[in-house]
Design a protein around this ligand. Structure first.
Ligand code: ZN
Length: 402
């Protein structure tokens, strides 16, 4: 399916996105159509334009304006529309944007020739962000006919073998550590926890389905079979190897930083296994009386999910882009990541913006208490303060000014 996308900045003549795309969907089986390609192009644009920059979506047809402006309530509640999943995902992105978004109908200029080979191949992830998507269809808008048709057309998806195996590994590892067996539903729900940021949620979801091109995937690709092996360790490459065993700089440093920051407040850092990493949204820490320690659980979830995602990004930079980062650079990347997670948590306390999905100030303060830099000098409620940072410094930090 092909799409042309052009998005311009409102405040300046800058063109934010201007591409011809060859689209496929990671998690959807959509019939190629003109409307689906327009929606796919728009979703790609929204995933790549910063939320805080005003933007004008330029489209060669009135369709997008009709779906997202004039007839939005009809489209966002019509689950029988074949494009419904992608419309839902786009609405979540539009709701996440803090700057103005305008739709404009115009012929494209300056784009590549539609028949040229300049098309960018993109696999789109259409999972909507739970923080910004509506959970279902309004009863007041749907009719009995609509709901009956939805139930009749609901299909049971067959599960992949690797997914079933990963769900089982998660279940057993979680039980080993926290003494309970989570159901499949609990595991899937934990992967969509709003304690984890959107891109990391998508990453963990793909890990559970093993959709990444790692290891045995390359066994049947002529001339590229060597990619089935880890270049640094000369053993078969797997996500588990990358996450926990690889000798290339990255995972060891990152997990030791996790343990270090954890130990600032809690004595025992759990021994990580691949199943526990996949189940990082399911920790159960309890007091001696059996009460759950929610802040400790959140901190574990945030720490492990963000760290494994960073390990994966660093591995890709090394393998695909040939970047060899020093230990100090890896530590700095981890600090920057953990401080972004802290800042995200501060933002999530904004009730005006997130409504009932906002996190309480109390849980955010409690989650990070004990691990902040100069914590004694911070106000009691630092959720609105700028420049709050975690309080351990890289051990091999480069010396110098700045
Ligand atoms: Zn390795």
């Amino acid at each position: 399916m092909c799409a042309a996308v052009s998005v311009k900045s409102d405040s300046s003549p800058t063109i934010l996105v201007d591409e011809c795309l060859h689209l496929s969907f990671l998690d959807l089986d959509l019939e190629p159509s003109f409307h689906a390609s327009l929606l796919g192009g728009l979703l790609y644009a929204l995933q790549n334009v910063p939320h805080s920059v005003p933007a004008t979506i330029v489209c060669p047809a009135t369709y997008l304006g009709s779906v997202f402006v004039t007839n939005r309530s009809t489209y966002e509640n019509n689950a029988l529309d074949p494009n419904f999943p992608i419309i839902k995902s786009i609405i979540a992105h539009l709701q996440e944007r803090s700057a103005r978004t305008r739709f404009k109908v115009a012929k494209f200029t300056g784009l590549h020739d539609a028949n040229s080979s300049d098309y960018l191949s993109i696999s789109l992830d259409t999972q909507p962000d739970l923080m910004f998507s509506s959970p279902g269809i309004l009863l007041s808008v749907g009719s009995q006919r609509l709901f009956t048709k939805m139930i009749v057309t609901m299909k049971r998806h067959s599960s992949r073998k690797s997914t079933i195996s990963n769900l089982d590994r998660t279940r057993h590892c979680v039980n080993d550590e926290f003494n309970f067996y989570p159901s499949d539903t609990m595991i899937w729900r934990s992967l969509r926890s709003t304690d984890i940021n959107r891109l990391t949620r998508n990453f963990l979801w793909k890990c559970m389905h093993e959709t990444f091109h790692v290891g045995t995937f390359w066994d049947n690709v002529p001339n590229l079979r060597h990619l089935a092996y880890c270049q640094a360790c000369a053993v078969p490459d797997t996500m588990e190897h990358i996450a926990l065993e690889c000798n290339a700089p990255g995972q060891k440093i990152i997990w030791s930083l996790c343990e270090k920051i954890w130990n600032l407040r809690y004595p025992l850092w759990p021994e990580l296994h691949w199943g526990l990493i996949l189940g990082c949204g399911l920790p159960r820490f309890r007091t001696n009386r059996g009460n759950r320690l929610r802040a400790k659980e959140r901190f574990f979830t945030i720490l492990v999910s963000a760290s494994i995602h960073l390990i994966w990004k660093l591995r890709n930079e090394r393998v695909l882009e040939g970047k060899n980062l020093t230990d100090a650079e890896i530590e700095n990347r981890w600090f920057s990541m953990i401080n972004s997670a802290l800042k995200r948590d501060q933002t999530l306390t904004n009730k005006a913006r997130f409504g009932s999905l906002a996190k309480t100030k109390q849980i955010v303060l409690e989650t990070w208490s004990g691990v902040l830099q100069n914590e004694h000098a911070l106000p009691d409620d630092w959720t609105q303060s700028k420049g709050v940072l975690v309080g351990i410094w890289p051990t091999t930090r480069r010396t110098g000014v700045g």
